[in-house]
Design a protein around this ligand. Structure first.
Ligand code: IMP
Length: 195
């Protein structure tokens, strides 16, 4: 069976992809391959960071692998926070990060934004990128208890409630991450059928 590493330390993400990928792959996490160090993310773009992480694992550990990077892009802020989404306020505190965004958008009527996720896959010599996005806008204030990160201030298009207010099943169905993962799984599934 082909081995494939998901370059993340997040057990929830591993479980989600494992479920969708089925039994065709021997699916490993960073913990499984003994990679405990922090992998650099220094390129300045989501695409670059995803590739950087996947190449790091391929070069150092020799496994075929994929890595993901995601972030929030706000039109009125020239696509910030972007690659700085996780620590926009200088810390990883979600409330501080959202407060900074709301403050920067004070009085701004153009509040269009999107979450974007990029997955970089390396199999042998081949590299491929898969993008998922969900468009929407930034609410005037935080609302809702569900989800994580910036969910309380992001309203996806075709909805009136934030990701944190919507049932998590709805979020999962339309999220940037699930859309990127669906493209990856399609790609890997196609490969499996061709073996
Ligand atoms: P990462 O790619 O998982 O490191 O995500 C980067 C940052 O983007 C996270 O720390 C969150 O702040 C934010 N983020 C990514 N996906 C979501 C989401 O689905 N909802 C809310 N925030 C998210």
């Amino acid at each position: 069976m082909k081995q494939l590493v998901f370059a993340t330390a997040n057990a929830n993400k591993v479980a989600e992809v494992k479920m969708k990928l089925g039994d065709g792959y021997d699916f490993l996490s960073l913990t499984d391959i003994g990679c405990t160090e922090e992998i650099p993310e220094t390129t300045g773009t989501l695409e670059g960071n995803a590739l950087q992480k996947a190449r790091y694992v391929k070069d150092k550990y020799g496994y075929d692998c994929f890595a993901e990077d995601s972030g929030l892009e706000i039109d009125a802020l020239s696509n910030r926070p972007g690659v700085d989404t996780a620590h926009y306020s200088g810390s990883r505190d979600a409330n501080a990060n959202m407060a900074k965004v709301l403050n920067e958008l004070k009085g701004e009527v153009q509040r269009n934004a999107r979450f974007r996720a990029v997955i970089a896959l390396i199999q042998g010599e081949n590299e491929a990128l898969f993008e998922g996005r969900v468009d929407g806008w930034i609410a005037k204030e935080m609302a809702g208890e569900g989800g994580f990160g910036y969910d309380p201030i992001f309203i996806p298009e075709d909805h009136k409630l934030t990701f944190a207010q919507l049932p998590q099943e709805i979020k999962k169905g339309i999220s940037h991450r699930s859309r990127a993962v669906a493209k990856l799984v399609d790609h890997l599934g196609g490969k499996k059928l061709n073996l």
